[in-house]
Design a protein around this ligand. Structure first.
Ligand SMILES: Cc1cc2nc3c(=O)[nH]c(=O)nc-3n(C[C@H](O)[C@H](O)[C@H](O)COP(=O)(O)OP(=O)(O)OC[C@H]3O[C@@H](n4cnc5c(N)ncnc54)[C@H](O)[C@@H]3O)c2cc1C
Length: 414
């Protein structure tokens, strides 16, 4: 831990979540003096983390994977069962956090306890003022303080939607999932469901023969589906399955802002992680993206500092985080997200049924970050053209009509 007033840092990172630790480690590994300001680096991350294994298995953080499943399953109605031939990984969150902290410290990242109150940019440096009154100096400040950062400037109005989820890790006597199977999405309806109900699905991971993680999720909605509704829906689903929880070991309440405006790339402050709106607007995932991209962003900062100073460094970092193709893709995803927000449970099920019938690489790339903008557009257009007439009609009403298709084509540049 450092005291304020010691040597000026090249980079001050605000926050020690996954994004803060990833970027701090990367800037320090690139040779920049890096300091993280955070209330408590050891405070345990209060969330469970999952990712597709192929996105992370080449990274050192893969050492913190606790378990993987070969064939995650999607159910859209009682008769349909789509098996995903892609391994899904669950992290041991404590191990992931310790590993990331250790790797950051090993390359010289310095941690400073505190809450940032204000960031003031001067010519070639910035002053980071803490609530305690202390001031830290840096050439570049990277805000990784999470999804509600007051410091980042966004272009345009932020019309966010919300992913909400309620989950439990629990001990059970028995569960219905065969060895090796996890449920990525179970959209099946429950007895007594009302027509027009908003869609939610079960995400379930059998952790052992006697332990499960079960979570009811609203993929995206505006307004947010309340956690209490998800909790009662999870209970109804467990009752319907005859799954009795003997002891709850952990509870997770999840609220993720999805699809807001993108950050203004002209600002001097750099942001990373959910502060930079890097959460995938179609899935709510982000961890693999920050782990994969941190080194390139750090290199951009280093090159910018050596070639022209703090302003150039910030501009180069923003171009790396939100390149032109990434921005075009984001617009497409946001368009898809708006369509999802307007569909009821039955139509959402029909949409996902069509989506998971597409060739594997089309929908897998769509859910990760693996497609080019025109690949994303082609997947969206394929869903539209393969959809049953009733769904296609609803998609037309929801905005995926002629003007929507033109918008998709022009955003993708096809
Ligand atoms: C419950 C839940 C489950 C999720 N599960 C997954 C998943 O399975 N897979 C996936 O890819 N994504 C998941 N996400 C999405 C995303 O990856 C996480 O939200 C992730 O934690 C975001 O990382 P972050 O570092 O950007 O922000 P955060 O994790 O929110 O970290 C912010 C940090 O900034 C600090 N901070 C805040 N304000 C200040 C300040 N003023 N000064 C100094 N420090 C400050 C905080 O103390 C904290 O250390 C999940 C999100 C939630 C909410």
């Amino acid at each position: 831990m450092s005291g304020a007033g010691t040597t000026q840092a090249d980079v001050v990172v605000v926050g020690s979540g996954p994004a803060g630790l990833a970027i701090a480690r990367a800037t320090a590994a690139a040779g920049l003096r890096t300091r993280v300001v955070t209330p408590c680096p050891e405070a345990r991350w209060q969330r469970s983390f999952g990712a597709w294994l192929d996105e992370i298995d080449a990274l050192p953080e893969a050492r913190a994977v606790a378990q993987t499943w070969a064939g995650p399953v999607v159910h859209t109605d009682p008769l349909s069962r789509h098996e995903i031939f892609r391994r899904y990984a669950r992290f041991d969150v404590e191990a992931l956090q310790s590993l990331m902290l250790r790797r950051a410290r090993l390359v010289g990242v310095d941690f400073h306890h505190g809450m940032v109150a204000q960031i003031i940019h001067q010519d070639d440096r910035s002053a980071v003022q803490l609530r305690s009154g202390q001031v830290l100096q840096a050439r570049v400040v990277v805000d990784a303080s999470g999804g509600r950062s007051p410091f980042v400037r966004f272009s345009g109005r932020q019309s966010v939607a919300w992913q909400t989820a309620y989950g439990l890790r629990a001990r059970v006597r028995w569960h219905p999932w065969p060895r090796g199977e996890m449920v990525f999405m179970d959209f099946r309806s429950l007895p007594g469901d009302l027509a027009g109900r908003r869609p939610t699905f079960l995400y379930a991971m059998p952790l052992s023969a006697t332990e499960v993680f079960v979570e009811e999720t609203s993929l995206v909605a505006r307004p947010a589906l309340p956690i209490r509704e998800l909790r009662s829906r999870l209970q109804a689903r467990l009752d319907h399955m005859g799954l009795h929880l003997l002891e709850v070991l952990e509870e997770e309440r999840c609220t993720i802002a999805m699809g807001g405006s993108l950050p203004d790339e002209e600002q001097r402050l750099v942001a990373f992680g959910s502060a930079a709106n890097m959460v995938h607007p179609a899935s709510g995932y982000m961890l693999s993206r920050v782990l994969q991209t941190a080194p390139a962003v750090a290199d951009a900062i280093k090159t910018g500092l050596s070639q022209g100073g703090a302003k150039l460094a910030a501009r180069a970092a923003w171009r790396e985080i939100w390149s032109r193709p990434a921005r075009r893709k984001y617009d497409l995803y946001r368009f898809g997200m708006e369509t999802l927000c307007s569909l009821d449970a039955d139509r959402t099920r029909a949409l996902f049924d069509t989506f998971f019938r597409l060739p594997d690489d089309a929908w897998q790339g769509f859910l990760s970050d693996g497609l080019s903008p025109d690949g994303v557009a082609k997947t969206m257009l394929s869903v539209f053209s393969e959809a049953a007439p009733a769904l296609r009609w609803r998609l037309l009403e929801a905005g995926l009509g002629r003007s929507g298709i033109t918008a998709i084509r022009s955003a993708a540049g096809i």
